[in-house]
Design a protein around this ligand. Structure first.
Ligand code: HEC
Length: 131
């Protein structure tokens, strides 16, 4: 029994912490100022906004294309990026650590600062709802 429990714990640890896009949206919304309600419409605006800070990647669309259902292409390395839209890629927004890692890197590079919890909630809501 002990061995089974240990094995189960090991498997959970190896698989990482799986979540749904809805739960991840809610977690970010909870970290935003009181009364915040996520809006896919604002998430889309963030996705499309030209921040004009980084010549090679002025907006999220520079790598993720102008529609999240499309496979992207890294603006610097040329590597293919799988679609961000959940409807096109069921693995998206299921691993909170991965989501945080990429918001961290991409917001810093494109927006020039960390995205706020509210912006992240809006962005995930958009990626989950876009068809
Ligand atoms: C320089 C290219 C590039 C730009 C510009 C870019 N991204 Fe990404 N993004 C990536 C790559 C590469 C990955 C990781 C590979 C993958 O998951 O397919 C990724 C993954 C992500 C993920 C992880 C999603 C998940 O659950 O798997 C999020 C969130 C994300 N990007 C948000 C953004 C936001 C927000 C912007 C604009 C502020 C942005 N990205 C701009 C290259 C980019």
């Amino acid at each position: 029994m002990k061995t089974l429990t240990a094995l189960a714990l090991l498997l959970v640890a190896a698989a990482g912490h799986a979540e749904t896009p809805q739960a991840i949206t809610r977690q970010y919304a909870d970290a935003a100022p009181a009364g915040f309600v996520p809006a896919a419409r604002r998430g889309e605006a963030l996705f499309r906004q030209n921040f004009a800070i980084n010549d090679k990647m002025p907006s999220c669309t520079a790598c993720h294309t102008d529609h999240p259902k499309n496979p992207g292409r890294h603006a610097v390395t040329g590597k293919t990026i799988r679609p961000l839209a959940v409807v096109a890629n069921g693995e998206r927004f299921s691993d909170p650590a991965k989501v945080e890692k990429w918001f961290g890197r991409n917001c810093r590079e494109v927006v020039g600062r960390a995205c706020t919890p509210g912006e992240k909630a809006d962005f995930v809501a958009y990626m989950n709802e876009v068809r």
